[in-house]
Design a protein around this ligand. Structure first.
Ligand code: GLU
Length: 554
C-alpha cells in the first residue's frame, strides 16, 4: 500500500485513544503456579444449553481445577441473529444445576466477577477496536467496501472456475489495494465497510500445530483476508477469539471440533496481533445412536429432548449422576479412579486432557440411568428426601404436598434398603419416585390384585387368612420372615426354595410365592423394596384393611 497507515488508522478509529500496550497493562499476565491452565467456556447467549456445552464446560473446569488454574465463562454475543433476550440466565442456570462453578466471568444476566472483564463481548468494543486500529497502523488490516452483491458475484465466479480455495484473497480482494484517497472518499460518502485482515499467508505454505487431544495437525496456511470487524464495528468470532483469549490470558483454548478448520486463521491472527498463540484442544462431539436407523449421529436440538441440559433438570437427574456419567465419557480412567476413591467429590478427579479420545463420544440414556441408580443408591436418606422434595416443589406440586406432608414417613420410606453395604439400586431420577412408591400414599394407591398364574384363588385366600391370623406389626424382620416360612408347609408350599427346585412336583410352590401373594395384597406390586419395612411404615390398620379387601375380592 502506498499510504501512511497511521493516517488511515486515525481516519477509521478517531475515537480510539487506548493502545494495545495499555491493554497489556490493564490485563497483565496472571500470576499462577507453574503448569496452571487458564480455560474458558464461551457460549453464545441462545437461552439453550446443549449437553455438549455441559460436557465442554466440565472439561474446562476440570482442566483448570486439576492444575490450580482458572476457568471462566465468557458470553459471545456478537452474532445478533442467534441471540434472545436474556439468553444468558438459562445457560447459567443449567451450569448451576449441575454444580459447574467457573472461577471468573459472567455469573448472571448483567453480572460478572473477575479482573479480566468485561466478560461479555458486546461490552468489549473498545478492546477490539484498539487492536484493530493497531493492525491498521501496522498495515495488517484495511477497510473493504464490497457490497453483499459484489461478494456473491465473486463467489459465483469462484464456483465456476477451478479454484481450490474460495474467499476474499489475492486477485479477488479488490479493496486490498485501494488508495488512501479512494478510502477517504468512500468513508466521506458514508459507504458501509468492514475491516479485513491483510493476510500475508502463502498458498503453498503449511502450518503445523499440536492439538492436545488430536496430536500433530498439518494444514494449509491461511491466505484469506478474513473480516475482523463487521460494518457495525462488531468483531467476527475469529477476531474476538484472538483479542479475548489473549487479554483474558487463556492458556488453553478448549472448544468443539468444528473449529479445527479455523485454526490456521486464528494462528495468523494471533501472530499479526503480536499475541502468543494459545494451546488448542478440540473436543469430540456428543453423539447418540439413532433409534430409527441405528446410525451414530450428533445429538440434535431439534430431534432429541436429551440434547438440552434442562431435560435432565426436569427429569430430576441429580447433578452428581449426570456429572459422574459425563466423566465416564471424558476420561477412560475415570472408572478406575472412582473405584479407588468411592465417595470422593467428582470434581477432585485428576482430569487429563491428553486422555480424552478424539472420536465422538456416545451419549447413552440407558447407561446414564444405570450410573444414576448407583449414585442415588449410596446417598443418605435425608439427601434423597431433600432432593425429591425440591424437585417436586418445582415440577409436581401435588406430589410435593403428598410427599412432604409427613417428612419422617417419607424419609423412612426412601431409607428402606439404603445406608447398607448392598443398597437397592432402583431409582434413577426423581420424576420416577411418585409412580415407584405410589402404593405407599393413599392419594395414589389404587388396589390392583392380580393373582400370580401359579397360585389358585383358594390358596391365595388361605395364605392371606393364615397370615392375618399370625401377623403382628411389632415383629422384627426375622420374626416377620419366620412367620411367612411357617405358613408354607400346612398349605402345601415349601419354605426351602432349593428343595422346591429339586422336586417341583411335590409342592404347590415355595416361600417366594407365598410372600409374593402377601406383597401383592399389601402393595399391588410384585416387586418392591423390603416388604417387612414397607408394612411397618404402612401400619397395622392399613395392612389389615388391604389384605382383608383382597380376601373379600377373591
Ligand atoms: N461462541 C463459540 C461457539 O458458541 C465458542 C467457540 C469457542 O469456544 O471458541 O461455538
Amino acid at each position: 500500500m502506498n499510504y501512511d497507515c497511521d493516517k488511515l488508522a486515525e481516519l477509521l478509529f478517531p475515537h480510539i485513544n487506548t493502545t494495545v500496550a495499555e491493554l497489556e497493562e490493564r490485563y497483565p499476565e496472571r500470576s499462577l503456579p507453574e503448569g496452571a491452565r487458564v480455560t474458558r467456556f464461551a457460549p453464545s447467549p441462545t437461552g439453550y444449553l446443549h449437553i455438549g456445552g455441559l460436557f465442554g464446560a466440565l472439561v474446562d473446569v476440570l482442566t483448570a481445577k486439576s492444575t490450580k488454574g482458572v476457568s471462566y465463562l465468557r458470553i459471545e454475543d456478537t452474532d445478533k441473529k442467534r441471540e434472545i433476550d436474556d439468553g444468558v440466565s438459562a445457560i447459567i442456570n443449567g451450569f448451576n444445576s449441575f454444580g459447574i462453578d467457573f472461577d471468573e466471568g459472567v455469573t448472571g444476566f448483567g453480572e460478572e466477577k473477575g479482573a479480566y472483564g468485561p466478560y461479555t463481548q458486546s461490552q468489549r468494543a473498545e478492546i477490539y477496536q484498539t487492536v484493530a486500529k493497531e493492525l491498521v497502523q501496522k498495515g495488517l488490516a484495511y477497510p473493504c467496501f464490497c457490497t453483499a452483491e459484489e461478494l456473491s458475484a465473486i463467489r459465483e465466479e469462484q464456483e465456476k472456475g477451478d479454484a481450490l480455495i474460495w474467499g476474499y484473497f489475492g486477485k479477488w480482494a479488490k479493496c486490498r489495494d485501494l488508495s488512501f484517497e479512494e478510502i477517504e472518499e468512500s468513508i466521506k460518502a458514508g459507504k458501509p465497510y468492514v475491516l479485513r485482515f491483510r493476510s500475508e499467508g502463502s498458498e503453498d505454505k503449511r502450518i503445523f500445530f499440536d492439538d492436545i487431544i488430536r496430536g500433530k495437525i498439518e494444514m494449509p496456511e491461511n491466505i484469506i483476508d478474513e473480516v475482523l470487524l463487521k460494518s457495525d464495528g462488531i468483531p467476527t468470532y475469529h477476531f474476538a477469539h484472538a483479542c479475548d483469549d489473549h487479554f483474558m490470558r487463556t492458556t488453553h483454548v478448549i472448544r468443539g471440533e468444528e473449529w479445527i478448520s479455523s485454526v490456521p486463521k486464528h494462528i495468523a491472527l494471533f501472530k499479526a496481533c503480536g499475541f502468543r498463540v494459545p494451546k488448542y484442544a478440540h473436543t469430540p462431539q456428543v453423539m447418540k445412536i439413532d433409534e430409527e436407523d441405528g446410525t451414530k449421529r450428533k445429538l440434535s436440538k431439534r430431534k432429541d429432548p436429551e440434547a438440552a441440559v434442562s431435560y435432565f433438570v426436569e427429569q430430576g437427574f441429580p447433578k452428581e449422576s449426570l456429572i459422574e456419567y459425563l466423566l465416564t465419557l471424558l476420561n477412560s480412567n475415570f472408572e478406575d479412579w472412582r473405584r479407588a476413591n468411592p465417595g470422593a467429590d467428582a470434581f477432585s478427579f485428576p482430569f487429563n486432557l491428553k486422555k480424552m479420545s478424539p472420536s465422538g463420544c456416545l451419549f447413552d440414556l440407558v447407561k446414564l440411568n444405570d450410573v444414576s441408580k448407583n449414585v442415588i443408591s449410596v446417598m443418605k436418606a435425608k439427601s434423597v428426601y431433600d432432593y425429591i422434595a425440591s424437585w417436586a416443589e418445582k415440577y409436581d406440586e401435588e406430589f410435593f404436598r403428598v410427599f412432604t406432608q409427613n417428612e419422617e414417613f417419607s424419609t423412612a420410606l426412601v431409607n428402606i434398603d439404603r445406608e447398607s453395604p448392598k443398597p437397592r439400586k432402583d431409582i434413577a431420577k426423581w420424576s420416577e419416585v411418585k409412580e415407584y412408591f405410589s402404593y405407599m400414599f393413599d392419594e395414589y394407591y389404587t388396589p390392583d390384585f392380580l393373582l400370580p398364574e401359579n397360585i389358585s384363588k383358594e390358596d391365595a385366600r388361605a395364605i392371606l387368612q393364615n397370615y392375618l391370623a399370625v401377623y403382628d406389626s411389632a415383629d422384627d424382620k426375622d420374626a416377620w420372615f419366620a412367620k411367612i416360612k411357617d405358613l408354607c408347609e400346612p398349605l402345601g408350599f415349601t419354605p426351602n426354595v432349593k428343595e422346591y427346585k429339586q422336586n417341583p412336583d411335590a409342592f404347590k410352590g415355595h416361600v417366594g410365592d407365598v410372600s409374593t401373594v402377601i406383597r401383592l395384597a399389601v402393595t399391588s406390586r410384585r416387586n418392591t423394596p423390603d416388604l417387612c419395612s414397607l408394612m411397618s411404615l404402612l401400619g397395622k390398620d392399613k395392612v389389615n384393611e388391604r389384605i382383608n379387601a383382597v380376601i373379600e375380592s377373591l
